[in-house]
Write a new protein. Structure first.
Length: 135
């Protein structure tokens, strides 16, 4: 299974007036984890810029489970869950740990991604090595 993991401490600007993480911040956490996942698949940003081949998000779903709060440590695990000819499905698990506390699930997300060749904007097939992930 191909996975990537990132973590960060929830900053003030990611929260509302009650210290709860804003829903848009979860999307940014997912985007950072997806970037790390694709870098691990051999597509770091520098390679994308050089080749013009980019993973384009077609769909995102986020299920919120429990609020993360200011100062929590957020851990996001991203994995390549399924790969088809022209799209892949990435899944994300987000947990939060308050200082001195235990990790708790805060959200789960999934994204459908297609590879797009720029500047033409044409879809490309997924690399064959992704079709049966074993790592």
């Amino acid at each position: 299974m191909i996975e990537a993991e990132i973590s960060e401490t929830v900053p003030f600007y990611d929260t509302d007036c009650g210290g709860v993480v804003s829903n848009i911040a979860y999307l940014r956490y997912v985007e950072k984890a997806r970037t790390a996942l694709f870098a691990g698949l051999g597509m770091p940003a520098s390679e994308m810029m050089a080749t013009g081949l980019f993973p384009a998000v077609v769909r995102t779903e986020i299920d919120y489970r429990s609020p993360a709060r200011l100062g929590d440590e957020i851990r996001i695990v991203a994995r390549l869950a399924a790969v088809e000819k022209v799209r892949a499905i990435c899944e994300f698990r987000l947990t939060a740990t308050a200082p001195g506390g235990e990790p708790r699930p805060v959200a789960a997300a999934s994204q459908v991604v297609a590879l797009i060749q720029l500047p033409e904007g044409r879809p490309r097939r997924m690399p064959p090595e992704w079709l049966n992930p074993t790592v």
